[in-house]
Design a protein around this ligand. Structure first.
Ligand SMILES: *Cc1c(COP(=O)(O)O)cnc(C)c1O
Length: 404
C-alpha cells in the first residue's frame, strides 16, 4: 500500500528531529522540471531542491551514469585511487582557472575546507597570527561551527555560541568599512558574489573592488563562496568572473552532483603549495558515485551548450519578471542573474510561496520578503512562461485581497 501524505507526516513528526518547517506536500517522482506528489499532482519545480537538481529530475544521461556506477563500484575511500576525481577536478580547473580541487560532500564542508586551507596557507609560512576572517552582513556559508562562524544571521548563530573568534562582519554597502576591517591579521575575506540565502543580492562593483584592494594591500586571501552561484547558475561559469574578483579559494556544491551529494573546494596554485598530506580529509569525499555524477554534470555544462542555454533562459526569465513587477506594485524589485532570481516584496513572501504551490509552482522564500527562483539549468522557455502565468495569477489574487 502506498503511503498517503498524512501517514508520512504523522510518522515524521514522531521520529524525525524537528529541525525543519516543511510545506505540506510529499513528492514521490520527478521528470525534468516537473515533480509529482503522493496524490499524483504535478508541479513545476522552480527551486530544484535549492539549486541542486541542475539537470532536472531523472535526467536520462545522469540516471544511466549513476546506475552504471552503482552497479560497478560505489566507494573505496581516499586510501586508493579511482578515475573520477581527476576527471571532475580537471573540468573544475578548466572552468575556474584554479589549479586543484579537494572533494567533500556538501557546500558547508566546502566552505569549512576553504577556511582551513586559508589558515593553513599562513601557518605554513609562519604567519601564525593571520587567523582572522572578514565576512559580509547578510552572508550564508553553512551550518557547521566553522561555516556558521562566517554566516551572519543571528538566529542561526546565537544558540551555538561561542563560535570562531576573530570574525568581523562588514556591510557590503560600505566598501570603505570593508577595506578598514581587513588587516595583517586577516587570513581571508569570504563573500558570496551574489548573496543567495540573504535575498539574491549581487555584490556591487564597488564592493568587489574593495575586496580586490584589501587583498592586494594586505595579502589576505579571498574565498568566493559559489555554492549557490557557481557552475553555470548565473549564465557564466562562476559569478566572481562577472565582478572581476580574484579568488584564491572557491567553495562549490549544490548543482555539482545534479542531486548526488558532493561539494568541493577549488584551490589556487599558491595556496595548494602550502597544503600537505594529512591536512584535511573525508571518508566519503570524492567517492566514485559523487565524482562520476559531477563529471557527467560538468561535461553537460561545458560541452553540450548548457551555459549558453542558461544565459538565454535567464534573459527570458528576467524579461518576464520585469513585466510582472511593472504590473504588481507588491513587487518592489527583481534581482539576480541567469537562472538565480529574487522577487523582492514589501511584506512576508510566504503567502506567495504557498499560493504558488497550490497553483502548481514550487518557489521558496528567503530573507523573509523575497521569493526565490532557482529552476533547473535545463529549463525551457515554455516552462518559464508556465511558471510566470501561475505567478501572475497568484499576484492578481493577492493584490485583490489587499484592496478589499
Ligand atoms: C547552500 C549554501 C551553503 C551550504 O551548503 P550545504 O550543501 O547546505 O551544506 C553554503 N554557502 C552558500 C552560498 C550556500 O548557498
Amino acid at each position: 500500500m502506498k503511503a498517503t501524505f498524512d501517514d508520512i507526516k504523522a510518522r515524521e513528526s514522531r521520529h524525525v528531529l524537528q529541525t525543519y518547517r516543511r510545506q505540506p506536500v510529499a513528492f514521490v517522482r520527478g521528470s525534468g522540471a516537473r515533480l509529482y506528489d503522493t496524490e499524483g499532482r504535478e508541479y513545476l519545480d522552480f527551486i530544484s531542491g535549492i539549486g541542486v537538481t541542475s539537470l532536472g529530475h531523472a535526467h536520462p544521461g545522469l540516471t544511466a551514469a549513476i546506475a552504471d556506477q552503482a552497479a560497478t563500484l560505489l566507494h573505496t575511500s581516499n586510501l586508493y585511487y579511482h578515475p573520477f576525481q581527476a576527471e571532475a577536478a580537471a573540468r573544475l580547473t578548466q572552468l575556474s582557472g584554479l589549479s586543484r580541487t579537494f572533494f567533500c560532500n556538501s557546500g558547508t564542508e566546502a566552505v569549512e575546507a576553504c577556511l582551513k586551507f586559508a589558515r593553513r596557507y599562513w601557518y605554513t609560512q609562519g604567519a601564525t597570527e593571520r587567523t582572522e576572517f572578514v565576512a559580509l552582513t547578510g552572508s550564508f556559508a553553512g551550518r557547521t561551527l566553522g561555516s556558521l562562524s562566517v554566516t551572519h544571521d543571528e538566529h542561526y548563530r546565537a544558540p551555538f555560541a561561542p563560535l570562531l573568534p576573530g570574525v568581523t562582519f562588514v556591510d557590503p554597502g560600505s566598501p570603505a568599512a570593508l577595506v578598514a576591517a581587513v588587516t595583517e591579521r586577516t587570513a581571508a575575506i569570504i563573500a558570496e558574489p551574489i548573496q543567495g540565502e540573504g535575498g539574491i543580492r549581487p555584490l556591487t562593483p564597488e564592493c568587489a573592488a574593495a575586496i580586490n584592494d584589501a587583498c592586494a594591500r594586505t595579502g589576505a586571501l579571498y574565498i568566493a563562496d559559489e555554492v549557490q552561484t557557481g557552475l553555470g547558475r548565473t549564465g557564466i561559469p562562476f559569478y566572481f568572473q562577472a565582478l572581476d574578483l580574484r579568488p584564491d579559494l572557491i567553495s562549490v556544491g549544490k548543482a555539482l552532483g545534479g542531486g548526488v551529494p558532493i561539494g568541493a573546494a577549488l584551490v589556487s596554485e599558491r595556496v595548494s603549495q602550502m597544503i600537505s598530506a594529512g591536512d584535511h580529509g573525508s571518508t566519503y569525499g570524492g567517492n566514485l558515485l559523487g565524482t562520476r555524477a559531477a563529471a557527467f554534470f560538468l561535461a553537460q555544462l561545458m560541452e553540450h551548450g548548457l551555459i549558453e542555454h542558461v544565459k538565454a533562459m535567464g534573459l527570458h526569465l528576467e524579461r518576464r519578471l520585469r513585466t510582472l513587477a511593472l504590473k504588481y506594485p507588491a513587487i518592489t524589485e527583481v534581482r539576480g542573474a541567469g537562472l538565480m532570481r529574487g522577487i523582492q516584496l514589501g511584506s512576508d513572501a510566504m503567502p506567495i510561496v504557498d499560493a504558488a504551490r497550490e497553483g502548481g509552482l514550487l518557489v521558496n522564500r528567503t530573507d523573509e520578503k523575497v521569493v526565490r527562483l532557482l529552476p533547473p539549468l535545463t529549463i525551457e522557455a515554455t516552462e518559464i512562461d508556465g511558471a510566470l502565468e501561475i505567478l501572475d495569477a497568484v499576484f492578481a489574487k493577492v493584490s485583490q485581497e489587499v484592496q478589499v
